[in-house]
Design a binder for this molecule. Structure first.
Ligand SMILES: Nc1ncnc2c1ncn2[C@@H]1O[C@H](COP(=O)(O)OP(=O)(O)OP(=O)(O)O)[C@@H](O)[C@H]1O
Ligand SMILES: [Mg+2]
Length: 258
């Protein structure tokens, strides 16, 4: 199968005062990270806070070009090509003064696309993302789960077939988080995109992914790749399967050795 994301021996460091305080000349954040994600695969990066997950996503999104090693997206070297990706930051970053609809249409606006056509085209998606009737609400008047769905739909409408999602459900309560996972997986199973997902949550990682990449503490590197052998479509019952707990035990062990 075609590798849509291909990363080889990536190293990243920041030159900053924090490093100097620690007696280093720079802060090493990522160390020899190699990974690949094939077309329409759902891969999750799981690792302790500060190990460099968001930094890695920013590099893949092309927002920072100071790294060693290589990043290829759809076969193109990111150093010499501008490859568009759908990227959702760790914070939902909705504009509080814009309505749901105008937040969602921002990528079209930025690209100076046809807004009238886009408004028509996204009607079925507004429904699928559970936002019908709320198009003219301001983000402050939505629930946390709804705000995340607005941000996800906005991300989904960005150009490109690669989705980079940085802890999209991190700020949600347990019940809403579970509902959002069920919803995301059903949308993904229908539409299929290549997804690189970041989370701290073990259950979330196992439930959603084809593969889980476990990272070490900073400088982050991938210490283990686990393939999750649960059939799709996924159902909540899988969390009761002993195999689910085996995956969890293995990941916990890796993180404690980290
Ligand atoms: N722009 C920056 N300049 C300097 N240091 C940075 C910058 N961005 C991140 N760092 C440092 O890099 C390290 C990794 O940060 P990063 O945000 O990638 O971690 P993370 O794995 O996403 O953590 P979390 O799970 O808490 O979101 C941290 O020590 C952070 O202080
Ligand atoms: Mg982060």
């Amino acid at each position: 199968m075609k590798n849509i994301i291909e990363i080889n021996r990536l190293n990243k460091e920041f030159l900053n005062p924090e490093a100097e305080r620690q007696g280093e000349s720079s802060l090493k954040v990522l160390k020899d990270v190699s990974l690949s994600v094939s077309e329409n695969e759902f891969v999750t990066l799981l690792g302790p806070s500060g190990c460099g997950k968001s930094t890695l996503l920013k590099l893949i999104a092309g927002l920072d070009a100071t790294y060693e090693g290589s990043i290829f997206l759809s076969g193109k070297d990111l150093r010499s090509n501008n490859v568009p990706v759908c990227y959702m930051l760790q914070k939902d970053c909705l504009m509080p003064w814009r309505t749901v609809l105008s937040n969602i249409l921002m990528p079209v606006e930025i690209k100076k696309g046809n807004l009238k056509k886009a408004r028509e085209d996204i009607k079925p998606l507004i429904d699928e993302f559970g936002l019908s009737g709320f198009e003219n609400y301001l983000p402050g008047k939505l629930s946390g789960g709804m705000r995340q769905r607005v941000a996800l739909l906005r991300t989904y409408l960005m150009e490109g077939s690669i989705m980079l999602l940085d802890e999209p459900f991190g700020a949600l309560d347990e019940i809403t988080r579970i509902q959002m996972q069920d919803w995301l997986i059903s949308v993904w199973e229908r539409h299929k995109k290549t997804v690189l997902f970041v989370t701290h949550d073990l259950d979330e990682a196992i439930f959603l992914s084809d593969r889980v990449l476990v990272m070490s503490t900073r400088p982050g590197t991938i210490i283990k790749e686990l393939r999750i052998y649960f059939a799709r479509p996924r159902s909540r019952d899988m969390v009761l399967d002993p195999k689910f707990n085996e995956y969890k035990r293995e990941i916990l062990k890796l993180l404690s050795e980290g």
